[in-house]
Write a protein that binds this ligand. Structure first.
Ligand code: ZN
Length: 96
C-alpha cells in the first residue's frame, strides 16, 4: 500500500517509525487529492509540467530537509516503481 504525504503532513514521522525498510519518492510539487488515482498509486502523467521525482530509502536524511511545496509517496519499492508505469524516477545519490 502506498501512502501520500503532502508538505509537512504530520503523519509522515509516524509512517516512518513503522516503515523504515520501505522507500519514498519525493516530488517537487504539492499534489492534490484530485491527482490521486483511485488505486492510491502515482498520478497519471496528465500534467504538462514534468515532475521531478527522486527515489529514496525511507531513512534518507535528505527527505527530512525538504521544505514546503513537496509531496512524498511512500511504500514498498516494487509497488512505488510499478505505480509510475515506466516514468523516469531518479535515484537519490545520498541513499541509493
Ligand atoms: Zn535519499
Amino acid at each position: 500500500m502506498l501512502y501520500w504525504f503532502v508538505d509537512a503532513a504530520p503523519g509522515y514521522s509516524k509512517w516512518l517509525a513503522t516503515h523504515s525498510e520501505d522507500f519514498v519518492v519525493t516530488v517537487d510539487r504539492v499534489l492534490r487529492s484530485a491527482d490521486r488515482p483511485p488505486t492510491g498509486g502515482f498520478p497519471a502523467a496528465h500534467d504538462t509540467e514534468p515532475l521531478h521525482r527522486i527515489l529514496h530509502r525511507a531513512t534518507c536524511e535528505t527527505i527530512g530537509a525538504l521544505g514546503r511545496g513537496h509531496s512524498r509517496i511512500c511504500g514498498p519499492r516494487r509497488e512505488l516503481v510499478d505505480s509510475f508505469e515506466g516514468d523516469v524516477i531518479e535515484r537519490c545519490r545520498a541513499c541509493l
